[in-house]
Write a protein that binds this ligand. Structure first.
Ligand code: GLA
Length: 381
């Protein structure tokens, strides 16, 4: 794919482009914990967004989407055309401008094979890839940590109040490793992840999620968590996030907290624990138990945090019935996208064929199956 993108650049523009690979991500466990300063366990994968990018010697930014076969042109930050993907570029350019970075004219072709709305962070790959590309091109020396924060700020500007997990996975992923990110200190601990007899498999429900609307359910969940923190911090000013809230503290405020907020915060406290359990279990190579934790995670996402959909629940229920599928859960923000499944290799083809068939029968939808390869984070090719 990268060759096609380079070719498209050479056909439209002049000069040799810089080529960048910006991957998608999975998350083994730790969902909706990042914006609560908790813990997550993501990794970068083989699906990626590619950028061919070069200077054009003037002050115009010309950006072409290989997948959509559409282009946008910016003159002095004024975007002249408006395909929806253009809003990410606009937000990034505005933020870089506000931060005082000087960007001159650019010509760029981008595209890739991260399915949109599948919970694999195509937008983080897009944002981080473009910022990284500009930084390299104009020697801006923006550190990866700052690229992550600019990428996050761009998402916020568009309307999704996300955490930093996706950007960190895109930027700091390491081949054959997952990593535990402490979303408070932003410290990374890499954990080797090379399974001998098992495979991580994504099953895409074929329902695209739409997280980025201002009133989205995602932002509503975040607000619930923040309301509870605000309440607790009135008496305990040291509490700045749910990270340091446990059940004994939470219960003290039960009567003052709306039941729905209590339920959501309970989920977050348990999910943080699950991340630590999975760290221990991976060290001991106890994959059966990791599978169980994934199932518990899904249960929490579906019944407590309420970010699942019937189709995602069906995919997890079908996975539970298959011998050799150790665990499954919806992955990412929810409301569509894919489940992540831990599957024994010897049962893999039968189990996945069964799920495919029954999912079609039950929902009328075709699911897409993808075996995960864990790769390095962002890089120049
Ligand atoms: C989306 C957000 C992330 C994270 C996940 C849920 O992917 O971008 O910051 O909150 O949802 O874990």
């Amino acid at each position: 794919m990268v060759n096609e993108i380079k070719q498209s650049f050479l056909t439209q523009f002049s000069g040799e482009p810089l080529l960048i690979k910006s991957p998608g991500r999975i998350n083994l466990i730790g969902e909706h914990t990042d914006y609560n300063n908790g813990f997550v366990m993501p990794a970068a994968i083989d699906n990626a967004m590619y950028f061919a990018i070069g200077k054009n010697g003037n002050s115009i930014l010309e950006i072409h989407s290989f997948n959509y076969e559409e282009s946008i042109i910016f003159k002095n930050l004024e975007k002249l055309d408006t395909p929806s993907w253009g809003k990410y570029f606009k937000a990034i350019l505005e933020i870089l401008h506000e931060k005082g970075f000087s960007i001159q004219g650019v010509q760029c072709v981008f595209g890739g094979d991260i399915p949109i709305g599948a919970g694999l962070s195509s937008s983080a790959a897009l944002c981080c890839g473009f910022i990284f590309g500009l930084s390299e091109l104009f020697d801006l020396k923006i550190k990866k940590e700052e690229i992550a924060k600019i990428g996050q700020a761009a998402e916020h500007r568009i309307g999704l109040n996300c955490g930093l997990m996706d950007q960190y996975a895109v930027l700091f992923g390491k081949k054959d490793h997952v990593f535990c990110l402490d979303c408070e200190s932003l410290e990374i601990k890499y954990i080797p992840f090379q399974l001998e007899n098992h495979t991580l498999v994504l099953i895409n429900s074929n329902i695209e999620h739409q997280l980025a609307s201002v009133d989205s359910e995602y932002n509503v969940r975040r607000t619930s968590c923040e309301k509870v923190v605000e309440l607790i911090s009135k008496n305990s000013p040291k509490i700045k996030s749910l990270r340091n809230v446990d059940f004994s503290l939470l219960k003290k405020y039960k009567n003052e907290i709306q039941p729905i907020d209590f339920q959501r915060v309970s989920y977050v406290i348990k999910e943080n624990r699950r991340v630590h359990q999975v760290i221990d279990l991976l060290e001991k190579n106890e994959l059966e138990e990791v599978g169980n934790i994934l199932l518990q995670g899904h249960d929490g996402l579906s019944k407590e945090y309420e970010v699942s959909l019937p189709e995602l629940d069906i995919l997890v229920d079908l996975a539970k019935k298959e011998t050799g599928i150790l665990g499954a859960r919806l992955m990412g923000g929810g409301f569509g996208g894919a489940t992540i499944n831990l599957v024994a290799n010897e049962n893999k083809s039968v189990a996945l064929a069964n799920i495919k068939k029954q999912y079609l029968e039950l929902t009328g939808l075709k699911c897409k199956i993808h075996e995960v390869k864990i790769e390095d984070g962002i890089k120049i090719i």
